[in-house]
Design a binder for this molecule. Structure first.
Ligand code: PGA
Length: 206
């Protein structure tokens, strides 16, 4: 048995269009001007999204305001959000063998709502941005609940690979999400998979 932690946007839910339009709107409304085009959003995820924003002069309290506004805007769009094909089945298969968690820079409630409305109830918990901004700290806190078992972080961005590795997990990059395989490879993933089926087949064998 292993501990398998999943990123949410771009791994489970196909949310890039909603994220680009609504997150950039929330940023603009709160005075953060740097996010106008899809590539600006994508580049935030080359590291920890919130650390990148702080390094560009945004305060933590403004980030919290952006998140609150994004929560409302995202909620208006929930019916437009769909899971990637095959991911529900893959998650259920993985959860039969392993402890599974979501560690996301999105907010927990919206994440839970989408998972529930798609019949996904296999996760032990969803740890979102309102609890902590660093994925490294969140991953470490879950690992501390399961000492001595192998831990994996599954993500679709270079930043996910960097934070997962920093927290001591094996990292699995998925190629159906926000970053290209080339960009994910810059974060040195331990494994790269091309479909939810391949992900499940790999994880049921560890
Ligand atoms: O792909 C990413 O890293 C962003 O996804 P997240 O919002 O679930 O953290």
């Amino acid at each position: 048995m292993a501990l398998v932690m999943f990123d949410y946007d771009g791994v489970i839910v196909d949310s890039l269009d909603v994220f680009i339009s609504r997150f950039s709107q929330a940023c603009l409304e709160n005075g953060f001007q740097g996010i106008n085009e899809p590539k600006d959003v994508i580049s935030l995820f080359e590291g920890n999204v919130y650390e990148t924003m702080i390094s560009r002069g945004i305060t933590e309290s403004t980030i919290d305001k952006i998140l609150k506004r994004y929560e409302l805007l995202q909620n208006e769009q929930l019916t437009h959000l769909e899971l990637f094909n095959g991911i529900g089945k893959a998650l259920n298969k993985i959860a039969e063998k392993h402890h599974v968690y979501v560690i996301t820079s999105n907010l927990s409630e919206a994440t839970k709502q989408i998972l529930n409305s798609n019949g996904i109830d296999c996760f032990k918990d969803v740890i979102g941005a309102e609890k902590e901004k660093s994925k490294i700290k969140k991953i470490l806190s879950v690992i501390s609940l399961y000492p001595g078992i192998p831990a994996y972080y599954v993500g679709d961005t270079k930043g996910d690979m960097i934070e997962g590795k920093h927290a001591g997990t094996k990292t699995i990059g998925v190629t159906w999400g926000w970053h290209t395989p080339e960009k994910i490879n810059e974060g040195n993933p331990d494994f790269l998979v091309n479909s939810p089926e391949e992900l499940a087949d790999f994880l049921v064998r560890v």
